[in-house]
Design a protein around this ligand. Structure first.
Ligand SMILES: [Zn+2]
Length: 401
């Protein structure tokens, strides 16, 4: 029997909206759902589309402080900065990354609830579902009492905490491929040996939030269960896949997780306006395929894929539609259905409208030709990171698991 797949979706996801000037635009998830539909994936016999529910305060409170939840509720009603002076800033709210908006509590609790539902469906194998995707999730920067990097509630941490509470003893492998370091998830579970956190990102030397170095390996009982891969700018498909396939399967093999949770940010794309890695959508598809193999081989075929960053409205839909296709075992034709191309051209006229699902970073060839040092530097960088996993991390995990 084919594996059943869940997709958590609601039009209300669009209510997580910091305003028209903000890079995290709701249209990214809407265009994703639309592309999935135009490719016929939503009618697939093994797909179940499931509407989300809001997370309860008790569920959110497993991760976030009571104070913080109350402050989010308060400003969610006010919809503005009036209130105690400086209070919003103390909790990470403010103009710029995390502006206050009316309804922010409900919108954030819905995203967190959607990730809990994805986790619960997979853990319980509801209706035979093994994989359950929440494309609105992946808000990995939010801290216990602070909004950060477009993230109000850390839906990932809330979902992991839910699994830990409802299914005690579960070993969770968290893989984060967003271009930014998943600092919120790292710090929340920093001392937790039951959550192996593996994070690939552009080095904090160059990019927000400025953390995620190889010496951040966890603490106390959790020492060795945080693995960081800080990558150099212009890190491209081949290098990434080389590093990924030589480390992640071995980490999974040593840890033996019961379930894999992933943050699938696609702001690693070569044209993304917020960062400087150089992956193509083809590269992103291949990485998702590699994760799928790890899930099948080492994690009882249980997977909770969540969304994440990605600030090109025509990249997010392509990569996450390919993710859903991978979950369903469908091979998508490269040519994008005409109706979606028209829709994208209308919705995001400022971006060059793609007609193909898979693209390729041709610019990197030029860099490689002009700059021999570039490749040598990055290949050495890969070797250093592989060695770090083999010499520093694996012996600890193998000793404790
Ligand atoms: Zn990001």
């Amino acid at each position: 029997m084919a594996k059943e797949v869940g997709l958590i979706y609601s039009d209300d996801f669009a209510k997580y909206n910091f305003g028209t000037e903000h890079p995290l635009r709701p249209v990214r998830v809407e265009l994703t759902y639309s592309l999935m539909k135009h490719y016929g994936l939503l009618d697939h016999e093994n797909l179940q589309v499931i509407p989300p529910r809001m997370a309860t305060d008790d569920e959110i409170g497993q991760v976030h402080s009571r104070d913080y939840v109350d402050v989010i509720k308060k400003y969610s009603v006010l919809g503005t900065y009036s209130g105690i002076p400086r209070e919003p800033f103390f909790y990470g709210l403010g103009p710029g990354d995390n502006p206050i908006f009316r309804g922010m509590y409900e919108a954030s609790a819905l995203v967190a609830g959607a990730s809990i539902m994805a986790a619960e469906t997979v853990m319980n194998q509801t209706n035979g579902i093994h994989y359950c995707f929440n494309p609105a999730g992946g808000l990995h920067h939010a801290l216990r009492a602070k909004a950060s990097g477009f993230c109000i509630f850390n839906d990932i941490a809330v979902a992991i905490a839910y699994i830990k509470k409802k299914y005690p003893g579960t070993k969770i492998m968290y893989v984060d491929i967003d271009v930014h370091h998943g600092d919120g998830v790292q710090w929340i579970f920093y001392d937790d040996p039951d959550v192996l956190k593996v994070d690939f990102h552009e080095s904090g030397e160059f990019l927000f939030p400025g953390t995620g170095f190889t010496d951040e390996i966890g603490e106390g009982r959790g020492r060795g269960f945080q693995v960081n891969f800080p990558l150099l700018p212009k890190f491209y498909d081949d290098l990434y896949l080389n590093l990924f396939t030589r480390t992640v399967p071995e980490l999974a093999k040593a840890f033996r997780p019961d379930v894999v949770v992933t943050q699938l940010g696609v702001d690693t794309h070569f044209n993304d306006p917020l960062a400087s890695l150089a992956l193509s959508t083809s590269g992103q598809e291949k990485i998702i395929r590699e994760i799928h193999k790890v899930v099948k081989n080492y994690a009882h075929d249980r997977w909770v894929p969540l969304g994440g960053g990605g600030y090109l409205m025509t990249v997010v839909p392509r990569s996450w539609t390919m993710c859903l296709a991978e979950l369903l075992g469908v091979n998508l034709p490269n040519k994008i259905p005409e109706a979606w191309v028209k829709e994208a051209a209308t919705q995001v006229p400022e971006e060059v409208t793609p007609t193909l699902l898979r693209d390729y970073n041709a610019k990197i060839e030029g860099v490689l030709l002009r700059d021999a040092e570039f490749l040598i530097d990055r290949e050495q960088h890969v070797e250093r990171l592989v060695k770090y996993v083999h010499e520093t991390i694996l012996p600890i995990i193998e000793g404790k698991s």
